[in-house]
Design a protein around this ligand. Structure first.
Ligand SMILES: [Cu+2]
Length: 428
């Protein structure tokens, strides 16, 4: 639907919107490309996001298995739960903003266009009230995947289950209060800048708690370096770089120097590629046998991981240095002193591409020709691995399971809970 609306730009005359993804006013209101089609497409996408969030919230509140209270849920579900609140509460703000922009374009009402008495900075505020939490909307489910993988491949009960669960909720909550850090150079009072800067630092606290919990889970664990765990460990490094450089641009003083440079491009990609996408890949490896009933080639998966990890760092780390030295973003050309950084990035892009191709080839090849995986190849403890067959039969479980155990119970490196598929209860 969204793609169709966006593609309709092609035959309705003036081509795709040329505003970039932020639709900043007043340019978006005055360009004659098909901004309205793109705004409508983004609005439809927003509606889908709100309904998805609502669906997950109601499902998690009303349809948990008998016996499963909130603190027996897998941490991936906690990540989805926190995300769903963001989808429900923050997305309407951007939806209304898009409608206002459409109305202004159609009817010439002066809301954002200063030529008509509007305020373009208001658009930036409304846009980022959603679009900052949108970053957590991506990372919280990814952190959930991390919290599934770390205990299974450390053969230890997760350290600080409740603090991980509640830190997801508090990241979602704090996420609403920090949007102003995108506007430090847009014209804001010094007091507002100081408050937004200070509040942004608070995001580091629940995020840091998660990192300490993951590392504490591994401590004295029986670590198994299979590919899902490799991706998770790689992400601990890359996301730490993405997160900590985020703190450096949350400071007003350094942000005024680094705003709109390659430094922020590098920060963003370390957080989103080195956080969200890497953990998505970790999850693909982790749940591949569950979904397909086949096992991929572990050696190939490891080579693909190292290519991606090395390529990712070659591609984006030089941008920190180039950006710090003044390379602006969104320029198609650059001064001679930035050439070396662009060249290293180019090599990195080729390396990461080869890693991605190898990874997807491995998945596709193994889906057809892989060895049967069995129902629980990782010795995992959560409910989705307690199934009679892999891939799962229709409707997954033969009857509704009774869950009176914590999601990650290991004792001396072995899962504690044995499950009976006839009664769908634990065997003691
Ligand atoms: Cu932000």
């Amino acid at each position: 639907m969204v793609a169709l609306i966006a593609l309709s730009s092609l035959w309705t005359g003036n081509g795709f919107a040329d505003t970039g993804w932020t639709f900043y006013a007043p340019y978006s209101l005055n360009t004659d490309t098909n901004v309205i089609t793109t705004l409508v497409a983004a609005f439809v996408l927003g509606m889908a996001s709100i309904l998805t969030g609502l669906n997950f919230l109601v499902t998690i509140h009303r349809l948990r298995a008998p016996g499963m209270d909130f603190f027996k849920m897998p941490l991936f579900v906690w990540g989805i739960y926190a995300t769903a609140w963001i989808q429900l509460l923050a997305t309407p703000v951007v939806g209304i903003t898009l409608i206002l922009a459409i109305l202004e374009k159609y009817f010439g009402i002066g809301i954002f266009d200063p030529a008509k008495g509007g305020d373009p900075v208001l658009f930036e505020h409304l846009f980022w009230i959603y679009s900052h939490p949108a970053v957590y909307l991506m990372i919280l489910p990814a952190f959930g995947i991390m919290s599934e993988i770390i205990p299974v491949f450390s053969r230890r009960e997760i350290f600080g289950y409740r603090t991980i669960a509640l830190s997801s909720a508090s990241i979602a909550g704090i996420g609403y209060l920090v949007w102003g850090h995108h506007l430090f150079t847009s014209g804001m009072s010094d007091i507002a800048k100081t408050i937004f800067s200070f509040l942004t630092f608070f995001v580091a606290i629940p995020t840091g708690i998660k990192f300490y919990d993951w590392i504490a889970t591994m401590y004295k664990g029986k670590i198994i370096l299979k590919s899902p765990m490799l991706w998770a460990l790689g992400t601990i490094i890359t996301f730490a770089i993405g997160g900590l450089t985020g703190v450096t641009i949350a400071m007003v003083g350094s942000d005024i120097h680094l705003q709109d440079t390659y430094y922020s491009v590098a920060h963003f990609h370390y957080a989103i590629l080195g956080g969200v996408v890497f953990l998505f890949f970790a999850g693909l490896h982790y749940w591949f046998p569950l979904v397909t009933g086949k096992m991929y080639k572990e050696g190939v998966a490891k080579v693909a991981f190292y290519l991606n990890f090395i390529g990712m760092n070659l591609l984006w780390f030089p941008m920190f240095i180039a950006g710090y030295n003044g390379m602006p973003r969104r320029y198609f050309d650059y001064l001679p002193e930035f050439e070396i950084y662009h060249q290293i990035s180019g090599v990195g892009a080729a390396v990461i591409l080869s890693g991605l191709l190898l990874m997807f080839w491995n998945f596709l090849y193994s889906w057809k020709n892989g060895e049967p995986s069995g129902t629980n190849p990782w010795n995992a403890t959560t409910l989705e691995w307690h199934l009679p067959s892999s891939p799962p039969p229709l409707e997954n479980h033969t009857k509704v399971p009774y869950v009176d155990f914590n999601p990650y119970e290991y004792y001396h490196g072995e899962p504690v809970v044995k499950f009976d598929y006839e009664t769908m209860k634990r065997i003691d």
